[in-house]
Each structure stands twice: as structure tokens, then as C-alpha cells.
Design a protein around this ligand. Structure first.
Ligand code: 3Y8
Ligand code: NAP
Length: 248
């Protein structure tokens, strides 16, 4: 058995530790989105595969027998490619996916099918918006320059940002309530924009928004293919044991 673990999330890091403990031959894969990704206890590759065909070639050349897709719920491109590649060459695949966040009574959440639908939903009057969605989607807000934006990014942006009134916090997460409360207060935030990533690593901003009575504009996660899903590391490990026993 040789497992390809598609990573880039807290759950993937925990899965890597479990695989390292069980001595299952595995390789961890990052896209290479950040300058200095967290080191993993497994042999690690960094960078795209080159689409579905590149992933098929990689798996054949590397003798991959099983794939665990532990990428982020918004990494839909990778999940779709993994599903297509594994189906084509009959490699068993499981997706390790955390539950979406659900609002509690005191939450003021507004849901949107895409991030693009969020900027027009902000008020006309200038607001102070915490954009906790990383850097790939910032451009969607460039047509609404009246607002003051606060971004949280993993790496210092190389070039100018497409927003005239913007401040940047550099942080990798996982985040905590005290830190996110302080951030929302420090910048007098009036609106929080988030992706429904689920998991514990990024939910602090939602708890802080509830405490401060702030609205959250939440983008729902995209649909990804594949029905074999594990909600926990143990479920994914059990699946690997099970398929290994059956020699598939
Ligand atoms: C490169 C690996 C760990 C993993 C930590 C999780 C938690 C912190 C929450 C906010 C939201 C955001 C962003 C976020 C979170 C964890 C987890 C998670 C959100 C790293 C990582 C990589 C990335 C890529 C990066 C994206 C960006 C998204 C920042 C490592 C730290 C906003 C998603 O600069 C860029 O281009 C960054 C790109 C994809 C989304 C975007 O569109 O900008 N993640 N994040 C992975 C790779 O190369 O394969 O650098 O060590 C991983 C983590 N990010 O080990 O504890 O959810 O598991 N990551 C979102 O949820 O909205 C931050 O600020 O509140
Ligand atoms: P994406 O849009 O789904 O994928 C775009 C391309 O990036 C893929 O087609 C693939 O390139 C490459 N790629 C993505 N994940 C990869 C991985 N783990 N290993 C190797 N190549 C990968 O991906 P994304 O949303 O930019 O996310 C990139 C990474 O950041 C993933 O590891 C994801 O888990 C992590 N992450 C993303 C978010 C988010 O909000 N999107 C949040 C936290 C962490 P090729 O087509 O060339 O193979």
C-alpha cells in the first residue's frame, strides 16, 4: 500500500501524523500556495501535478495505491481532479471532510452560493469589512472601493492590492477567540466575510463576531464529486485498514 495524502489543512496535518505512526508508506502533497508550509512527518511533494493527466502519471510512476483527499472544502479543483484521476485508473479514493459550520441562535449569518455574490450585498455606505477569505478572491471586492477592508493573509503580498483602503494582518492560523476578538475590535469591524470552511482552525472569527453582534457574510462551499467521505481521521484510517485487508 502507498498512500497519496492531498494536504493543506489542519485535518491533513493530523492525518499525516497518524500515517507516520502507523508506518503506512505515504507521501504528503502541498499545492505550494504558501512560501513556507508547515513541515509534515511524511515525505512531502510541493506543487501542482499538471491536471488530471499529470496526477495519473504521478500516481502510476510513484506506485500510489490509495488516495486520501484531505484538502480544504474550497479546494474544489483538486478534489475534482483527484476524483477523475482515481476513477480513470481505478485507485481507491476517500475524501476527509469536516462538517460545515452551522449558525447558533445569536448568530447573524447571511449565506451566499459564491464569494462573488457577497460584495454587492455589502451596504452602499462605507463599512469596515474583515475579509477572512485569503488572497485568491480579493479582486471580487475591487468594484466596491468605498469600504475599508482588513485582510488576513498567510504571506506578505508581493504586489499592490486591488483595494484602495486596506490593511493587512499576516497570520497562518489556526486562530483563537481572544486573538480574533482583539482583531475585530482593533479595526472597528462592522462586517465579517468568511468561507464555510468548517473545522476548528478558522471558526474563532465567527465566535468573535457573535460576541460583538456583527453580521457574517458566509460563502457556502462548492459541490465536489465522490460519495466516499470520512468525517474523522479514524474513519479514514479504518477505511485504509479495510481496503488493505481486502487487498484492493
Ligand atoms: C498552503 C499550509 C495546519 C493547517 C492550517 C484549516 C485551518 C489555518 C483557516 C481566516 C481564514 C483561508 C486560507 C485558512 C485556514 C488553516 C490551515 C487554514 C483560511 C495553510 C497552508 C496553505 C494554505 C493555503 C491558503 C489559501 C487561502 C487559505 C488562508 C501552510 C496555512 C483564508 C481559507 O496566499 C495564498 O494564496 C493562500 C491561499 C488557499 C485561501 C485563499 O484563497 O487565499 N489557505 N493555508 C497549502 C498548499 O500549498 O497546499 O502554509 O502551512 C493551511 C491552513 N489554512 O497545518 O494547521 O482550515 O485547516 N487558509 C478559508 O478557510 O477561508 C484563513 O483568516 O480566518
Ligand atoms: P484548488 O483551486 O482546488 O486547486 C487548483 C490547483 O492547485 C489544482 O488543480 C492542483 O494543480 C493544485 N493543487 C491544489 N491542492 C493541491 C495539493 N494538495 N497538492 C498538489 N497540488 C494541489 O486549490 P486551492 O483552493 O488553491 O488550495 C490549494 C491548497 O491550499 C490545497 O492544499 C488546499 O487544501 C489548501 N487550502 C485551501 C483553502 C481554500 O480556501 N481554498 C483553505 C485552506 C487550505 P494541478 O491541476 O496542476 O494538479
Amino acid at each position: 500500500m502507498r498512500v497519496l495524502l492531498l494536504g493543506g489543512t489542519t485535518e491533513a496535518s493530523l492525518m499525516a501524523q497518524a500515517l507516520a505512526r502507523t508506518q503506512v508508506a505515504s507521501v504528503f502533497s502541498y499545492a505550494g500556495r504558501t512560501a513556507r508550509p508547515v513541515a509534515q512527518p511524511l515525505p512531502t511533494r510541493v506543487g501542482g501535478f499538471g491536471g488530471v493527466t499529470g496526477l495519473i502519471t504521478y500516481m502510476q510512476e510513484q506506485g500510489i495505491t490509495h488516495v486520501v483527499d484531505a484538502t480544504h472544502p474550497f479546494a474544489a479543483g483538486m478534489s475534482r481532479n483527484a476524483f477523475a484521476a482515481c476513477a480513470k485508473i481505478h485507485i481507491p479514493l476517500i475524501r476527509l471532510e469536516r462538517e460545515a459550520w452551522q449558525p447558533q441562535a445569536a448568530d447573524d449569518w447571511r449565506f451566499f452560493d459564491t464569494i462573488a455574490a457577497i460584495p454587492p450585498a455589502l451596504p452602499q455606505a462605507p463599512a469596515r469589512v474583515f475579509l477572512a477569505i485569503g488572497k485568491q478572491q480579493i479582486g471580487q471586492f475591487a468594484h466596491y472601493p468605498q469600504h475599508h477592508y482588513v485582510l488576513r493573509l498567510v504571506d506578505t503580498p508581493a504586489g499592490a492590492l486591488p483595494l484602495p483602503k486596506v490593511q493587512v494582518e499576516i497570520a497562518r492560523g489556526p486562530f483563537d477567540l481572544a486573538g480574533d476578538l482583539a482583531l475585530l475590535r482593533r479595526y472597528a469591524i462592522t462586517h465579517v466575510v468568511a468561507k464555510n470552511s468548517g473545522g476548528a482552525g478558522a471558526r474563532a472569527k465567527l465566535d468573535a463576531a457573535r460576541k460583538l453582534g456583527l453580521p457574517v457574510l458566509m460563502a457556502q462551499r462548492p459541490a465536489v464529486p465522490g460519495s466516499r467521505v470520512a468525517g474523522t481521521i479514524d474513519e479514514a484510517l479504518h477505511w485504509l485498514d479495510h481496503v488493505a485487508d481486502r487487498g484492493v
